[in-house]
Design a protein around this ligand. Structure first.
Ligand code: BDP
Length: 709
């Protein structure tokens, strides 16, 4: 049990409740092309049923008799072979109909991909020993259900924690794409329909003819699973001397030569990848070039690609992560306000096949952020939410942090546009503002490690991401429980233990890493790992806690601060503008207060810092014993791999706790009422230790003139 099969293990069924004679003996997959998702669905059903029930089914690709059969295909394929259905289910693109109530099981997709999704749904039920007869149609809430992989062409992965790329090495696409196909299988089972394979900090050399051919091979590997390929673009590619392409002197999006250049490259890509999903563009963001370089608008930049993609039905995902802290005083600037400032004036100027991809919060994947106000400010533009499955700021897969409860705070947030219900999830699906395109992008960053993400438990986040992309109102508890049954089996104590740990994990991480809306008090300068509250002060990234010896928090009010709260519609603005109506968990996100400010919970800010950091770390200690309680109930390999991580997390949560409480204790001088802070009887200072098994050497970091020991 290395984890390679993720939740598609199809573990043998051990129960006796089910009448095994009812397991179908024949599968009819109504497509003969081995590259078709319907064909793959037939194979998957055969493998799954064999593995779960020990029943070897025959797979047919044309009409087969009426009984003990599973029929999988598109609605059209089905009706042409078996005749009209008694009633036609209401299906939209990628939707499916699943009916297990008759003599034969019907799994019928609106398209091939939908049929495969239906097959995975049926297998998921069987693998969870759910034999209840069902008949229903399932449709996606939104068409964009993508992952983003921040893979570099050299094989490294930005913010990836599970080894090197499954797609790239040494500047080219790898020859063995087995893992890419396996990844597509996993993604199809959670109804993800496209993968952007390279880093948003993109490299122009992806566009050499050889690499374009390589993209064709990736697409061929993933297509049988209904997963399309998309790519990230480097905006200045026309001037990058890409081998095999023209080299221009400008990348101005309105220059006819540049328009030609991108049209030509796009045509070359579609010649190799006829179903390419589209482009992802990070422009004028964190040093990346973009249209602003030529005084063109971000809309003009996005539409450049939209026009090239339009004939092929491709989509431009244009990122809203644009901020530019130059020219502002370090005390007035707030990067949180910038996305609305850049994009709101452009509402209505983006082409129909452009989608603005917006991180869930206005800063950057922090442990708690308010919903990005941009979702409320561009009603005439398509939008998608960007979530992060890879735990960049949230423990980098060394900590268990089950993320859907965090995502839900944003997806379920009511922005009250025009004083009407305006849930973020209804904005991104297009429902609230009547848009046809929209959805979700999840930054996943899987790697060659057989666990895919670096630790077994972190896969619940990928599983739930797919479920939420399909239905953003899905429930975090039922998602994790389905995932546990599929991943670790049906034992109730296993389900209870992992459910409890998962649901406690995000609140615990928030408590020991930065509560009250302080953001994750991590090292902000590069690693984004481990505590470093000092680095949150006056850094060039504009993420600050603004703490001094009396006060803490960032004033983002209109009356006194950066004005960020004013970017929300009136009812939400009023709530965040006033300390008395701002929820405690976002207090320091919106307000600069005394450490002695009283919270709604009745304790002071500083005491709450202390209390919650102790409480969060205490919860993390229990994960170890909870996990130990299921020893023997799951396989030894995954048990011990995960135990190692949880023991580490328990220790590291103490490091977090002590670093943060000591920092605020030192700066404020206010003692902990419970007398815990600074009192660490078990602690051994590094200076008191002697080295064994290490040797001393000297180096000179940052050009220091004298070497350090
Ligand atoms: C930040 C990451 C950086 C990404 C950037 C982005 O630290 O590696 O390039 O976001 O999303 O969180 O573009």
């Amino acid at each position: 049990e290395s984890g390679l099969n993720a939740w598609l293990r199809y573990a043998p069924y051990a129960g006796s409740v089910f009448d095994q004679s009812k397991v179908p003996l024949h599968i009819v997959a109504l497509n003969t092309s081995t590259a078709s998702p319907v064909y793959v669905a037939g194979q998957e059903l055969q493998t799954g049923i064999d593995s779960i029930f020990g029943q070897q089914c025959n797979v047919h690709h044309s009409h087969w008799g009426p009984s003990a059969t599973i029929v999988v295909g598109t609605i059209d394929e089905y009706t042409s072979v078996y005749g009209e259905l008694s009633s036609t289910p209401e299906l939209i693109e990628d939707g499916f109909w699943l009916n297990t109530t008759g003599n034969s099981v019907q799994i019928l997709g609106q398209n091939e991909r939908g049929a495969l999704y239906g097959a995975f749904e049926y297998l998921s039920m069987l693998a969870q020993a759910n034999f209840t007869p069902v008949a229903y149609a399932a449709n996606p809430a939104a068409p964009i259900r993508w992952t983003n992989e921040w893979d570099n062409l050299d094989g490294s992965i930005e913010r990836g924690f599970a080894g090197n790329s499954i797609f790239f090495a040494n500047g080219v696409i790898v020859s063995n794409l087995t893992r890419a196909a396996e990844y597509a299988r996993i993604l199809a089972s959670i109804r993800i329909n496209a993968v952007v394979v390279n880093n948003v900090n993109a490299n122009a050399s992806l566009l050499t003819p050889d690499n374009i051919a390589g993209l064709g091979r990736i697409a061929d590997a993933m297509r049988p699973y209904g997963v399309q390929v998309g790519i990230s673009l480097f905006f200045a590619s026309p001037t990058s001397a890409v081998q095999g392409q023209a080299n221009l002197t400008t990348f101005d999006p309105l220059d006819p030569g540049v328009v030609n250049w991108w049209t030509n490259v796009t045509n070359q890509i579609y010649a190799k990848v006829p179903d390419m999903a589209g482009y992802l563009v990070k422009a004028n963001s964190e040093g990346q070039p973009g249209p602003l370089t030529y005084n063109r608008t971000l809309a003009e930049g996005a539409n450049l690609f939209a026009k090239a993609l339009q004939p092929y039905g491709g989509v431009v995902m244009f990122r809203a992560f644009v901020y530019n802290l130059v020219n502002e005083s370090i005390w007035t600037q707030d990067r949180a306000v910038e996305a609305v400032q850049f994009f709101q004036p452009l509402d209505g100027q983006f082409d129909e096949n452009v989608v603005i991809q917006i991180k869930y919060g206005p800063i950057d994947f922090q442990v708690r952020e308010p919903a990005s106000p941009l979702f409320a400010n561009i009603p005439n533009t398509n939008t998608a939410i960007e979530l992060q499955v890879t735990q960049e700021y949230l423990g980098q897969q060394c900590h268990l942090v089950y993320l859907p409860p965090l995502w839900q705070t944003v997806l379920d947030f009511d922005l009250r546009v025009d004083n009407k219900t305006s849930l973020v999830r209804d904005v991104i699906t297009g429902q609230r503002f009547n848009r046809t395109l929209g959805g979700s992008a999840g930054v996943v960053n899987v790697g060659l490690n057989e666990t895919w993400l670096g630790s077994h438990l972190s896969l619940s986040n990928l599983y739930a991401y797919g479920r939420l992309a399909w239905n953003p109102a899905d429930d975090p508890t039922s998602m994790v429980q389905d995932w546990i049954r599929l991943t670790f089996g049906l034992d109730q104590s296993v389900i209870d233990a992992i459910t409890q740990m998962s649901l406690e994990s995000w609140p615990a991480y928030e408590n020991y890493s930065g509560n009250l809306g302080e953001q994750t008090l991590t090292d902000i300068l590069y690693t984004h790992y481990g505590p470093n509250p000092q680095s949150q002060e006056n850094n060039g990234y504009g993420q600050w806690t603004r703490s001094d010896h009396l006060t803490v928090g960032m004033d983002r009010t209109v009356s006194n601060g950066t004005g960020f709260s004013g970017q929300y519609p009136p009812e939400v603005f009023q709530m965040f503008e006033n300390i008395s109506t701002t929820p405690d968990n976002l207090l320091l996100w919106f307000h600069h207060v005394n450490y002695t400010q009283m919270l709604k919970s009745g304790v002071t800010v500083i005491q709450d810092f202390y209390d919650q950091h102790y409480a969060g770390a205490a919860t993390a200690q229990t994960f170890v014993s909870t996990w130990q309680s299921i020893q023997g109930l799951i396989d030894a390999e995954r048990y011990s791999d995960q135990l190692f991580r949880l023991v580490y997390q328990a220790g590291h949560s103490l490091v977090w706790r002590d670093a943060i409480v000591n920092f605020y204790n030192n700066i404020s001088g206010i003692p902990d009422e419970a007398g815990r802070v600074g009192n660490h009887p078990y602690r051994i200072e590094a200076e008191s230790m002697t080295l064994s098994g290490y040797r001393l050497y000297y180096y000179a970091p940052n050009n220091a003139t004298t070497p350090f020991e």
